[in-house]
Write a protein that binds this ligand. Structure first.
Ligand SMILES: [Zn+2]
Length: 154
């Protein structure tokens, strides 16, 4: 391969070859339980070693698009839906984390679209959305102690 043919290109940071080219080939994203092909992104790839170079924010955008495909396939709520139902229920992200028994920051990651909610959390959120009167049952579980079978007998 003649160097002159690729002169002026940025050398690959991995192999040093002046073979980094811009491409818009589909990108395959692997999740724990499935892989998804995402198209429409322009990025750089070294034709010598195959290393791919993404612009700032591109990886998140590619992952979010793959996650959207996964949501369609699995019939899960979209990030916008989660924001809407949370606001409908009058909850902060922290309160919804607590209601679902999720660790802090979980709802925020679902709402940004970088993480896909598990099916069980998806169904619980849908239940709360259609039966908002149940929210107090999960947001303030302590209240149960003074009600129903937990009420102290006098
Ligand atoms: Zn390379």
């Amino acid at each position: 391969m003649k160097v002159s043919a690729t002169q002026g290109r940025t050398p690959c940071l991995v192999c040093g070859a002046q073979a980094v080219e811009t491409t818009n080939d589909p990108v395959t994203v692997e999740f724990r339980d499935g892989s998804y092909v995402v198209e429409g992104f322009e990025y750089d790839r070294c034709s010598a070693c195959g290393e791919e170079y993404y612009a700032a924010g591109q990886v998140d955008a590619i992952h979010a698009q793959a996650a959207d495909q996964a949501r369609v396939e699995r019939g899960l709520l979209f990030p916008d839906d989660i924001v809407r139902l949370r606001l409908d229920l009058g909850l902060t992200q922290t309160a919804l984390d607590g209601a679902l028994g999720a660790s802090p920051g979980t709802t925020g990651r679902w709402e940004r679209g970088t993480v896909i909610q598990p099916a069980v959390a998806d169904r619980l959120m849908r239940l709360l959305w259609s039966h908002p009167e149940l929210v107090t049952e999960v947001v303030q579980p302590v209240a149960r102690e003074s009600r129903g079978p937990y009420r102290p007998r006098r």
